[in-house]
Design a protein around this ligand. Structure first.
Ligand code: COA
Length: 331
């Protein structure tokens, strides 16, 4: 039996910085409101014509470089995104082509903010049974082309940014390294509390001029409802990761949470009585990049040497679906 070890990480954000003051020019909002309620100061937006697979390509190149591997070493690609380049095919195949990787499998995962952790589960299990040696797991999003820049959409729009993060998992026979556990959950009861209803294959046609004019194709969210559930579920699933592996919070070097709202993460930390230096947050600089937040944060944590070889980390997320998950790993 093998373990899946994190041997490379990388991230990429497009060059265009969008500050809260830039958004003030488009809608009735303020830097003060956004910072107070969310912790966000700025985020990055792509230029027209740049897709999730382009951001993923840059992040993947960096992850491969940090792992000392080449694209031909990849045995499988898992691509988490809620904003694929096209309706179909998925962005995974576009990434395979951009990387000039071999004709390996490329799986798109559609679990929004939890997509990256769902993807790690797939990669981990494929490695554990000996099917693949090196798996590239990417989270990448282009939100900026799908947001409502009018005041009506301000609650959602100010939160999101574009970006990508990538991780290389490699099979190891070391007993004390790699992913220890993955716990994944969903509850579709609340699908319409955070969703983009249109275009919809349930409708003929899938979208109309009227729907577009009314802005019904933009993401909609019941913010306070999502907030409450996020805190509860993230606390639960962190505890489950600890209990399953026989650890306590004292054993954890760093919790790497999804970046949806700084206040959500602060509340999770408070409920767990977790010291501030044991939870990594970078939402101030990137906003919520959905499937990309955790691999971006993980890359920064490693680059800043906030964790070291042999440390225990727990990655945790909550998002649309609802979906939530935790992944515990020894670096
Ligand atoms: N700028 C200024 N005012 C805004 C605003 C913005 N960008 N967005 C909303 N407001 C207003 C609202 O209209 C409301 O005004 P009212 O009191 O006159 O009706 C007021 O601010 C408070 O709105 P509310 O939604 O209760 O605020 P909140 O403190 O819950 O913060 C969110 C809103 C969206 C930041 C917060 O609910 C949140 O982060 N939720 C979870 C989001 C999330 O996790 N999403 C992704 C899941 S992965």
């Amino acid at each position: 039996m093998y373990r899946a070890k994190i041997v490379g990480t990388g991230f990429y954000v497009p060059p265009r910085v969008i500050t809260n003051h830039d958004l003030e020019k488009l809608m009735d909002t303020s830097d003060e409101w956004i910072q107070q309620r969310t912790g966000i100061k700025e985020r990055y937006y792509v230029e027209d014509g740049v897709g999730a697979s382009d951001l993923a390509y840059e992040a993947s190149k960096r992850a491969l470089e940090s792992a000392g591997l080449k694209p031909e070493d990849i045995d499988f690609i898992v691509f988490a995104t809620l904003s694929p380049d096209y309706t179909f095919p998925g962005s995974g195949v576009l990434l395979q082509q951009k990387l000039s990787a071999r004709h390996v499998g490329a799986l798109d995962v559609r679990d929004q903010c939890t997509g990256f952790l769902y993807s790690l589960m797939v990669a981990d299990n494929a490695i554990r049974v000996g099917q693949y040696k090196n798996v590239l797991v990417v989270g990448a999003e282009v939100h900026s082309t799908g947001l409502d820049y009018s005041t009506e959409g301000r609650d959602v729009t100010v939160l999101f940014g574009d970006g990508a993060g990538a991780v290389i998992l490699t099979a190891t026979e070391e007993k004390d390294r790699g992913i220890l556990s993955t716990h994944l959950y969903s509850d579709g009861t609340y699908a319409d509390r955070l969703w983009a209803e249109w275009p919809s294959s349930r409708r003929l046609p899938r979208v109309t001029h009227k729907i577009l004019e009314e802005g019904k194709h933009f993401p909609k969210m019941d913010g306070p409802f999502v907030f409450k559930h996020a805190v509860r579920r993230m606390v639960e699933v962190i505890k489950e990761a600890l209990d399953t592996n026989g650890y306590t919070l004292d054993d954890v070097a760093m919790i790497i949470p999804h970046q949806a709202n700084l206040r959500i993460n602060q509340m999770v930390a408070r409920q767990l009585k977790l010291p501030e230096n044991k939870m990594y947050n970078n939402i101030d600089r990137y906003g919520n990049t959905t499937a990309a937040t955790i691999p971006i944060a993980l890359t920064e944590v490693l680059e800043k040497e906030l964790v070291k070889d042999g440390d225990l980390i727990i990655m945790v997320s909550f998002g649309a679906g609802f979906t939530w998950a935790s992944v515990a790993a020894i670096l």
